[in-house]
Design a binder for this molecule. Structure first.
Ligand code: NAG
Ligand code: NAG
Ligand code: NAG
Length: 356
């Protein structure tokens, strides 16, 4: 399974919560028991999955391409880094869960929530009134906090960074909302409009967070205070470091490793063998430079690979009653990063380093 590591953790987490049983569920005003909890669980899982899919889309032509090894959101096991890439994973996952549950809410998929009509009938601005079905963010936000933030059980600066990035993801869902209006009045004169707030496409949220990733800030902590070992000092140092950073921004603790090269201990595959886009219509700047970024700047060359695809074509109907087709072959050209002849690609000195 593609999404296994994160989803598996989520499933384990949910089972754990379910087995904890009624005491936990009763405490929760939304739940009536483990069954209700699992009702949301499948929607949460869909949400997390859409986050990961969006991550793969956004980073398809980056050296780091959102590999499965990066999709571990919890402290359960293993090494976790807090790079700007992991900050994106956290934000988009939290956003995905919030987004899906908010949609579920508006579509009436869930029993205990629906549209937000609290402002309906009130004047919203010049020439428009609130009306219709505004997406109700509260429920999705709460669910995202409850499920995604709960995966973070640490107390340290790393945990604080992850939670901050989860929150930034949820704020991205809010920031990208759109006001949609409908005209009323004599023969659609539009003298009066009613408007409601609606979620953007999830793609817009992905684009928004990709920009936040590119501008991610490093959290600088007062090392001396951290080293003192005093937990009050420790918390103070973390709080101070966060005070200068807006809640909407993604943050990281560690510089990204070299994504050009393979590194098994970090679960990185390197860019050798990756496809890049050489030519083609409708490519944006980022895509057009993908061969340079993935291959050349990583000390690799671009190899052209041709594959022949045979498919039936020129089909003719023959009386009566058969269809005769010809075989047409089409050559597909793909560009792939490959090692330079006579050299070990990665030993070449590269002009550029960095995570891109
Ligand atoms: C919530 O929405 C997702 C995605 O649209 C869907 O797969 C899921 O079944 C929905 N949940 C419920 C309870 O209908
Ligand atoms: C893998 O990454 C770690 C941490 O950055 C580094 O110490 C190690 O040398 C790397 N290994 C290889 C084979 O590049
Ligand atoms: C087309 O290719 C298929 C499978 O390769 C073959 O069985 C078939 O005879 C071919 N048809 C023609 C018209 O050449």
């Amino acid at each position: 399974m593609v999404f296994c590591s994160f989803l598996w953790l989520l499933v384990l987490f949910l089972l754990h919560k379910t087995l904890l049983g009624h005491a936990w569920a009763v405490n929760n005003f939304l739940m009536t028991g483990p069954k209700a909890y699992l009702t949301y669980a499948s929607s949460v899982q869909v949400g997390a999955q859409s986050g990961i899919q969006e991550c793969k889309h956004q980073f398809a032509w980056d050296r780091w391409n959102c590999p499965e090894s990066a999709l571990q959101l919890s402290t359960h096991k293993g090494l976790r880094s807090a790079t700007s890439e992991t900050s994106f994973v956290h934000a988009i996952s939290a956003a995905g869960v919030m987004y899906t549950l908010t949609r579920n809410c508006s579509l009436g998929d869930l029993d205990n929530c629906g549209c937000d009509g609290s402002r309906n009938g009130q004047i919203g601005g010049r020439g428009w009134l609130w009306g219709g079905c505004s997406d109700n963010l509260d429920f999705g936000e709460r669910m995202s906090k409850q499920y995604v933030d709960a995966l973070e059980t640490g107390q340290d600066s790393r945990a604080a960074v992850n939670l901050h990035n989860n929150e930034a993801g949820r704020l991205a869902v809010k920031a990208t909302m759109k006001r949609i209006c409908r005209c009323h009045g004599m023969s659609e004169s539009c003298s009066v409009q009613t408007c409601w707030m609606q979620l953007s496409d999830f793609r817009d949220i992905g684009n928004y967070l990709k920009i936040k990733h590119d501008q991610a800030q490093k959290l600088e902590m007062d090392k001396r205070r951290m080293r003192s070992g005093n937990s009050a000092d420790n918390r103070g140092a973390i709080a101070d470091a966060f005070s200068s950073i807006a809640r909407t921004e993604l943050i990281y603790l560690e510089e990204s490793p070299d994504y050009c090269s393979q590194n098994a201990s970090l679960g990185l595959h390197g860019t050798e063998g990756r496809e890049c886009l050489q030519h083609g219509e409708g490519l944006n700047q980022w895509e057009k430079r993908s061969c340079r970024r993935l291959c050349h700047e990583c000390g690799l060359r671009v190899e052209e690979r041709r594959t022949e695809i045979v498919s039936s074509c020129n089909c003719k109907f023959q009386w009566c009653c058969t269809v005769k087709c010809e075989n047409c072959s089409q050559v597909m050209v793909k560009h792939v990063c490959a090692r330079r002849e006579g050299g070990h690609g990665h030993n070449y000195r590269r002009r550029f380093r960095g995570p891109k």
